[in-house]
Design a protein around this ligand. Structure first.
Ligand code: PMT
Length: 225
């Protein structure tokens, strides 16, 4: 039987990868397909939650029974997230958010000029949405879950990131060498701010999503809201 332990709950999930435009035809992006975030949205809906999915450039069909908000840049994702979390019980940031964006946007296509070396692209920092959502909870008892995409020293970096971001749970997954980005499977360790560690063996992204919701549902229950 499908658990309905998220019935009556509103959860917000981000998915996909932000795109930071350089000019009308070019952007800085990343390899996120949105599959992990969409799996989180679909499994939460199956467990009875009302789901808002903030989708950044994922080329996937809108899942049935899920409210989808389409965004493109990190700044747009931040705006949509701040709005959506107002009445949310939990938020899960599975999107790959660009840490930097081009300092300037060229309104016309950047041209190559014969004999002239290309200019360096100056970058500025994007806001850290996960850290902001963690520091300023829109509701008391709201659970904030982050993901960490790491290539080296996966667990050590994950633990440091959990402390830095201030979220309740951090899903640490290894990326690179064909792992996590764009695939149908994932494996991870879910770190809790209470020191808990839950290892999730390689399997469908929906299976990892269900472990995340198990941990969220348990915390919401004992959190008493
Ligand atoms: O989409 P798929 O192809 O299925 O791939 C899934 C995935 C690899 C993208 C996913 O499992 C994943 O790891 N998502 C997080 C990617 C990421 O941006 O990790 P990070 O370690 O750079 O960021 C840590 C956390 O902070 C993330 O929750 C991220 O959403 C958040 N963040 C990061 C930067 C920023 N400016 N604002 C943020 O909120």
């Amino acid at each position: 039987p499908v658990p309905t332990d998220l019935a009556g709950r509103h959860v917000v999930v981000s998915a996909g990868g932000t795109r930071e435009p350089l000019d009308p035809v070019r952007y800085l992006g990343n390899r996120s397909s949105g599959k992990q975030g969409y799996a989180l949205a679909v499994t939460a809906a199956a467990r009875g939650a009302r789901v808002t999915l903030l989708s950044a450039n994922a080329e996937l069909p809108d899942p049935a029974g899920v409210d989808v908000v389409h965004v493109s840049t990190a700044l747009e994702l931040r705006e949509a997230a701040l709005e959506a979390v107002k009445d949310a019980d939990a938020v899960v940031m599975a999107a790959a958010v660009a840490d930097f964006r081009p300092a300037e946007y060229a309104t016309g296509k950047i041209k190559k000029v014969e004999g002239v070396e290309p200019a360096a692209v100056a970058l500025v920092r994007n806001p850290d949405i996960l850290a902001e959502l963690s520091a300023h909870r829109a509701r008391s008892g709201q659970l904030v879950v982050g993901f960490a995409a790491e290539t080296d020293d996966v667990l050590a970096n994950g633990r440091a990131k959990l402390a830095r971001k201030g979220c309740d749970l951090l899903v640490v997954n290894e990326v690179g060498n064909g792992k996590a980005f764009g695939t149908d499977v994932n494996e991870a360790v879910v770190l809790g701010s209470d020191g808990s560690e839950t290892a999730v063996p390689v399997g469908p992204k929906e299976a990892l999503a269900d472990v995340v919701w198990d941990l969220v549902a348990k915390r919401l229950e004992t959190g008493g809201n």
